[in-house]
Design a protein around this ligand. Structure first.
Ligand code: CTP
Length: 130
């Protein structure tokens, strides 16, 4: 079974590895769409800390990740699912319900987020270190 997931995966942390490992365990082949720098800027109004090339490099080095591609637009999820022949879309439950309209293309599963860690929070903590 082919699983697809999407995200920025900037300042890679344990919440990222947890969701990727759990997603891979549901299928056996995990494909990750990584937000481009431009898409990230349009979503979050700031550039990622790590460039898309480095974020891709980190993801490709993981045992639980089989394929990585760049997500250029949030509007293209249906196209990416079809192009990659995905049987299941996995997202963190911060996205609960947001991708239900794709259920005619593949199974859609939301997994619980790892508590108490996020890229945004980590950046804030580091900024405020004295
Ligand atoms: N994720 C997770 N648990 C966390 C943080 C992220 O399961 N504690 C999941 C998200 O639900 C998503 C994927 O990891 O499916 C990529 O999330 P991303 O937005 O790149 O990471 P965040 O840490 O949430 O980034 P930010 O704080 O910038 O929103």
């Amino acid at each position: 079974m082919r699983i697809i997931t999407f995200g920025t995966f900037d300042v890679f942390h344990v919440g990222h590895v947890n969701i990727l490992e759990r997603a891979r365990a549901l299928g056996g082949h995990l494909i990750v769409g990584v937000s481009s720098d431009a898409l990230n800027f349009s979503k979050k109004a700031r550039n990622p800390i790590y460039s898309q090339e480095d974020r891709i490099h980190i993801l490709k080095s993981l045992r639980c990740v089989d394929e990585v591609f760049v997500e250029e637009s949030l509007e293209l999820k249906a196209q990416y699912i079809t192009e990659h022949n995905a049987d299941m879309l996995v997202m963190g439950d911060d996205w609960e319900g947001k991708f239900d309209h794709l259920k005619h293309l593949c199974e859609v599963v939301y997994l619980p987020r790892t508590p108490s860690v996020s890229t945004t929070e980590t950046i804030e903590v580091v900024k405020n270190l004295k």
